[in-house]
Design a protein around this ligand. Structure first.
Ligand SMILES: NC(=O)c1ccc[n+]([C@@H]2O[C@H](COP(=O)([O-])OP(=O)(O)OC[C@H]3O[C@@H](n4cnc5c(N)ncnc54)[C@H](O)[C@@H]3O)[C@@H](O)[C@H]2O)c1
Length: 447
């Protein structure tokens, strides 16, 4: 029966584990292979190497149908369909590093039957064509290849698998595409069937567009700060237009994570390598880099030089409900603050252990209270629920200066000010006042 076909999953990261757990939930037997022995050991012991809400339960409930292995041959002993879910990080040039993908290809065992390799990893347009060629060169013309990009968002990944906005399937052979599409039938998701190159592009273009919206609203927020508008109202007013929609119109201190930065860079690079200068994406990337640093200016506005000042960073993960620190804005911000001579004390409910390895020179607090005690400023970096506890008289009194720089516009400015905090958000009306006064003072020079 199609729906219960045994499946292989290569790569036990966010995408691989969610794919394995959720297909197991749909009744499939799943073999998961990773090259990281420690990771496989943890998974066999029932421990999850990543934090993803709900994933531990789905894995535990379907544990009987999931097997973990280090041996790629076990995948193909059990399954005729294998999802490739290995990492494709950025190289220094901004291209996608496909080392892990090629490694999988090189390791394929002797395959007599028709098996299907299904690419869930995000890869540059043209990768499928190259893989097809490599398979043919290896005498594996009978091995099918399908592009099935993954759109899950960390923090809501299980829900995203169960109810995807769409399933994209790009295939060289119609029957292969139909087979993969059939696996998702229980989700009832709209299906986009296309060629391999277009499927690859749908993924890159989607992430690039979301990143563009973020950089756009961040620039609008910055302009709000110098013109007297409030970006929260502006974003709401824009988002109610059905042609625009409300999503990804929340200003902040820049996008991060394992996908947007590398996928935007990969698309820009891919275009450049093909002779096209993707000007818009260059701006999107630059705006994002500058946005991560804007907090430093806001702190200086209130505190003057930051040398010796104690700054509490509240949240380190690139967004709430994940422990993923890849390309998190907190990393750039912490480094900038240290370079300015500030003392940085950081707190995060779940990403601390990983952060210790990445952030040298930063002190770590185990609670939010401990982080802000004695601080000259508290910076909201990640919108963890616990951060809502910040604007209280008790925490105000525990700080050397009751200054909140809300890098995510997460807190209610009026409530924070009513308690006696100085509150500075991103592009919000009150932070604007000072900027306007400052602009007015400097007007003659600008003219
Ligand atoms: N994380 C996300 O939110 C997300 C969303 C959509 C798409 N993607 C894409 O999916 C891919 C995987 O992302 P991720 O976040 O799950 O990565 P990850 O780094 O969390 O996991 C990748 C896993 O692959 C393993 N691996 C590397 N080489 C291997 C090999 N030869 N055989 C088996 N395992 C191998 C690694 O050890 C690691 O456990 C990337 O291309 C990413 O861009 C990620």
């Amino acid at each position: 029966m199609q729906g219960r076909e045994p499946l292989g999953v290569i790569g036990a990261g966010w995408v691989g584990l969610v794919t394995a757990a959720c297909f197991a939930e749909l009744g499939h037997e799943v073999v998961v292979r990773d090259i990281d022995a420690e990771r496989i050991g943890e998974l066999e012991d029932g421990r999850l190497p990543i934090f993803e809400p709900g994933l531990d339960e789905v894995l535990a409930q379907n544990r009987g149908r999931i097997r973990f292995t280090l041996d790629i041959a076990e995948i193909f002993d059990a399954a005729r369909v294998a999802f490739i879910c290995v990492g494709t990080p950025s190289t220094y040039s901004g291209d996608a590093d496909l080392t892990a993908v090629w490694h999988v290809l090189d390791e394929l065992p002797e395959l007599q039957d028709r098996v299907l390799l299904v690419m869930k990893s995000t890869v540059p347009v043209g990768t499928g064509e190259k893989i097809r060629q490599r398979l043919d060169d290896k005498g594996l013309a009978h091995v099918g290849y399908v592009s099935n990009p993954e759109f899950l968002a960390e923090g809501t990944a299980v829900e995203n698998f169960r109810h995807p906005d769409r399933v994209v399937v790009g295939a060289f052979a119609e029957a292969d595409g139909a087979k993969v599409a059939g696996l998702y039938e229980p989700t009832g998701a709209p299906l986009v069937t296309t060629d391999v190159a277009s499927a690859e592009m749908i993924k890159l273009a989607s992430n690039a567009f979301l990143a563009t919206r973020i950089s756009f609203i961040n620039e609008i927020a910055n302009v709000c700060e110098v013109t007297g508008a409030d970006v929260a109202d502006v974003a709401r007013g824009m988002g109610l237009d059905h042609r625009l929609g409300p999503h990804f119109l929340r200003p902040g201190i820049g996008y991060g994570g394992s996908c947007f930065p590398k996928d935007v860079a990969a698309l820009k690079q891919l275009a450049g390598n093909s002779g096209y200068h993707f000007q818009l994406l260059s701006a999107v990337i630059e705006v994002n880099e500058l946005q991560k640093r804007r907090v430093v200016g806001k702190l200086k506005k209130h505190l003057g030089p930051l040398r010796g000042k104690e700054i509490a960073l509240l949240g380190l993960a690139f967004k709430p409900n994940t422990n993923d620190l890849r390309e998190a804005s907190s990393l750039v911000l912490a480094s900038r603050l240290l370079a300015e001579g500030a003392r940085v004390r950081a707190w995060d409910p779940i990403a601390i252990e990983d952060a210790r390895k990445l952030l040298k020179g930063v002190e770590f607090a185990t609670t939010l209270r401990e982080a802000v005690a004695g601080a000259d400023a508290a910076v909201v970096v990640t919108e963890w629920d616990e951060v809502r506890e910040l604007p209280t008289p008790e925490l105000r009194d525990s700080m050397r200066r009751p200054l909140i720089v809300d890098g995510r516009n997460f807190l209610d400015p009026e409530a924070a000010r009513a308690i006696g905090f100085t509150y500075e958000g991103i592009g919000r009306a009150a932070s604007t006042l000072g900027a306007i006064q400052q602009a007015e003072q400097t007007e003659p020079e600008l003219a």
